[in-house]
Design a protein around this ligand. Structure first.
Ligand code: C2E
Ligand code: MG
Ligand code: MG
Length: 393
C-alpha cells in the first residue's frame, strides 16, 4: 500500500474539496467522492493509506461504512469528520476500534483547516517512525513474527497449505501490519535483510510442524525487488539443509514483478528454485505490476488472483469477467490458479464453478499464529467434502 494515498468521502462538495486541497498540499495523492459505493470500491481497489470519512451524511450511515471497511480488512488511518457532538464521535471511534480499524483522529465540523493539517502531519510523522534503522534493529531484536493463513481446496475445503504473513510487534506502537512497513522497507533497501529473516522463520516453522505430523506447503512473500538481487536459492537451500526440510514444502509468492532487479539473474534464480522443487507464484495478479509479459517470460507455477477482483466477483459483472478470464488464462498456460480474499460463499461458489480450485480468505480462516494452526486443522471434519455440502447445500 503506497503511504501517500488519501480517500475522502463527504456529501458536502465544498468540505470534500477543501479536504482534498489541504491533503494534496500535505503531499497526499487524493481522491474525493460523495458516493458510498464508489468510496468502498476505491477503498478496496486503490488501497488508500488515509481515509477521511464524514460520519453524518443524510443518506449514508457512517457506522455502516466503518463496518464495510472492517470487512475489507482496511488498514488505513481513518479520520472521522462530523457535525455530531463529541460524545457521538467518541462512540464512533470506539465502535471503529472494536472492529479492528485504525481510527487516527476525530475532527468536528465546522472543519478547521489547521486541525486537518495537524492530523495529517501526525500521520505522516507516525509513518516515518518506521525508518530503515528501526527495521534493522527490529530484526535483531526479533520483533517480527509470522501469521499463517490457510489455502484450501474450494470443493472439499481441505487445507493444502498456508501463506506466511509478516507482522511487526513494535515495542511502543503495538502491532504494525505489513502494508505499513513493507513499502518503507522496500524503499529503504531493508528487504534484502528482512527476506532472509522471514525465510529462516518459515523453514524453522516447517520443521516444527513436521515434528508433530503437519506437512503443509508454506508460501513466503518476496518483493520483486529482491528477486535477482538476493541469492534466494542459496538462502532457501541452506536453511532447508540445516533444518532438514524439503524445499518442495515451500512456495515463493512474488509481488510487483516489474520491480525485479536484473531480469536475467532473476530468471536464473527462479529456474534454480524450480529445480529444487520450490513452487513460484505470481501474487496480486491483475494489479499494476504483474503483467502478461511476465507470465510468458518467467517460470511461474501459480497465479494468485488479486483480492480486489475476487471481492464481489459473483455480483459485479466486470469483476466476474476479469476473474473468469484470469482462470481460463491460467488453465491454458497449465498454471495453478489461487483466489485470494474470498469472503463470501457466493464468491467461493462462483470461483469453483468457473474452474478455480484453490482459495484463501476470511470465509475459511483469517491468518493465525503458528501454534493455532494445528488446533484449527483438528477442528476440520474427517471427511472434508461434508463441510462443502453443509456450507453450500
Ligand atoms: P498478500 O501476499 O496478497 O496477502 C494477502 C493479504 O490479504 C493479507 O494481508 C491477508 O491478511 C489479507 N486477506 C486474506 N484474506 C482476506 C479476506 O478474505 N479479505 C480481506 N479483506 N483481506 C484478506 P496482510 O497480512 O496485511 O498482508 C498484506 C501484504 O503485505 C501481503 O499481501 C504481502 O504483499 C505483504 N507481505 C506480508 N508479509 C510479507 C513478507 O514477509 N514479505 C513481503 N515481501 N511482503 C509481505
Ligand atoms: Mg501473498
Ligand atoms: Mg496477494
Amino acid at each position: 500500500m503506497p503511504l501517500n494515498r488519501l480517500l475522502v468521502i463527504d456529501d458536502e462538495p465544498e468540505v470534500a474539496a477543501t479536504v482534498g486541497r489541504v491533503a494534496r498540499r500535505a503531499g497526499f495523492d487524493t481522491i474525493v467522492t460523495t458516493d458510498a459505493a464508489d468510496f468502498l470500491d476505491r477503498a478496496l481497489s486503490w488501497s488508500p493509506s488515509v481515509i477521511v470519512l464524514d460520519l453524518a451524511m443524510p443518506e449514508l450511515d457512517g457506522l455502516a461504512i466503518l463496518k464495510a471497511l472492517s470487512r475489507q480488512g482496511s488498514k488505513a488511518h481513518i479520520l472521522i469528520v462530523s457535525g455530531h457532538d463529541r460524545v457521538e464521535m467518541e462512540y464512533a471511534r470506539s465502535f471503529g476500534r472494536n472492529l479492528g480499524l485504525n481510527i487516527a483522529a476525530l475532527l468536528q465540523k465546522p472543519l478547521r483547516i489547521e486541525w486537518l493539517r495537524e492530523a495529517l502531519r501526525i500521520i505522516y510523522d507516525a509513518q516515518e517512525v518506521i525508518s530503515a534503522d528501526d527495521a534493522q534493529l527490529a530484526i535483531q531484536r526479533d520483533e517480527f513474527f509470522l501469521e499463517y493463513q490457510p489455502k484450501v481446496r474450494l470443493d472439499t475445503l481441505q487445507t493444502i497449505g498456508v501463506e506466511a504473513l509478516a507482522r511487526w510487534n513494535h515495542p511502543t506502537r503495538g502491532l504494525i501490519s505489513p502494508d505499513s512497513f513493507i513499502p518503507v522497507m522496500e524503499t529503504a533497501g531493508v528487504m534484502t535483510r528482512f527476506t532472509p529473516h522471514v525465510i529462516e522463520m518459515v523453514v524453522t516453522q516447517a520443521r516444527r510442524w513436521r515434528a508433530i505430523g503437519i506437512n503443509l506447503n508454506i508460501a513466503i512473500n518476496v518483493s520483486g525487488g529482491c528477486v535477482g538481487r538476493l541469492p534466494l536459492d542459496d538462502i532457501i537451500g541452506r536453511h532447508c539443509a540445516e533444518q532438514r526440510v524439503d524445499p518442495a514444502m515451500l512456495t515463493v509468492e512474488i509481488t510487483e514483478t516489474a520491480a525485479m532487479g536484473d531480469v536475467v539473474q532473476a530468471v536464473a534464480c527462479m529456474r534454480r528454485l524450480n529445480a529444487m522443487g520450490v513452487r513460484i507464484s505470481i501474487d496480486d495478479f491483475g494489479t499494476g505490476y504483474s503483467s502478461l509479459v511476465q507470465l510468458h517470460r518467467l517460470p511461474f507455477s501459480e497465479i494468485k488472483i488479486d483480492r480486489s477482483f475476487v471481492h464481489g466477483c459473483a455480483v459485479n459483472s466486470e469483476r466476474g469477467i476479469i476473474v473468469k478470464t484470469i482462470i481460463s488464462l491460467a488453465r491454458s498456460l497449465s498454471l495453478e490458479v489461487v483466489a485470494e480474499g474470498i469472503e463470501t460463499e457466493d464468491s467461493r461458489h462462483f470461483l469453483q464453478t468457473h474452474g478455480c480450485q484453490i482459495g484463501q480468505g476470511y470465509l475459511f480462516s483469517r491468518p493465525r499464529v503458528a501454534h493455532a494452526i494445528p488446533d484449527w486443522m483438528a477442528t476440520l471434519p474427517a471427511r472434508p467434502a461434508d463441510v462443502a455440502t453443509t456450507l453450500h447445500p
